[in-house]
Design a protein around this ligand. Structure first.
Ligand code: TYD
Length: 210
């Protein structure tokens, strides 16, 4: 089973994905936690170009193609082999992030992005996508707190440095995708206490698995 977590900066995906791994391990189900960009050695090199603030001048199509390159490598070398091994794959961001960040927020045609995904990855989609929904002001404040406290490297702050209106578009884009594919998406209210969010996610997944 391929499960993805999505949401704006600071929505808590990274914390929640760790709990999800524990949830599957308790059920005796082997699982792997990974992320995009940066899920393999080659992908980590691509990640450093994408997230470093020094890449500020990157043009939107070059950015899009680097995310696609990261994904092509990651799916082929890590995700598909793990799924073939009957492992659950928990992935922090995937294709929906490209539609939302490079499409809705940067303005690249979403039809073109979907066509590229069909050509490069045969439209490979997750079984379930958890959308941790949160107001951008709250999410960004949390994300900057992490960066300023040194818990995250400021070499990776290129997206946090975008405007609020960029992040509003990201949030609205995700909600629109969830509306278009209600079977695959589950929306989780990420504004609450992390234990409550955790309980919600566990409940949703228990329903899906049972
Ligand atoms: P990361 O540090 O992993 O952020 P987060 O913890 O918020 O997921 O950085 C990933 C960044 O890359 C994030 O700001 C969203 C962006 N991104 C895209 O713009 N397009 C994509 O296809 C993906 C996967 C991520």
């Amino acid at each position: 089973m391929f499960i993805t977590l999505e949401g704006i900066e600071g929505c808590g995906k990274t914390t929640q994905i760790k709990d999800l791994a524990a949830f599957f391990e308790d059920r005796g189900q082997p699982c792997v936690v990974t992320r995009e960009p940066g899920g393999t050695d080659i992908c980590r090199q691509i990640r450093s170009i994408l997230l470093n603030p020094s890449s500020k001048g990157i043009v939107p199509t070059a950015e899009l193609l680097l995310y696609m390159a990261d994904r092509a490598q990651h799916i082929d070398r890590l995700v598909k082999p793990c799924l073939a091994d009957n492992k659950v794959v928990l992935c922090d961001r995937y294709f929906d992030a490209t539609v939302v960040y490079q499409g809705y927020a940067r303005g690249i045609d979403t039809g073109f992005i979907c066509e590229l995904h069909r050509l490069v990855l045969a439209d490979f989609k997750p079984d379930i996508t958890l959308l941790l929904d949160l107001e951008p002001r709250v999410g960004l404040a949390r994300a900057w707190q992490e960066l300023n406290s040194g818990n995250r490297s400021d070499n990776e702050s290129r997206f946090e440095a975008e405007t609020i209106s960029f992040h509003e578009k990201v949030r609205a884009g995700y909600l629109e995708l969830a509306r278009l594919e209600p079977e695959r998406f589950r929306i989780i209210d990420a504004s609450r206490d992390k234990m409550q969010v955790q309980a919600d996610i566990r409940k949703v997944l228990t329903e899906v698995l049972d």
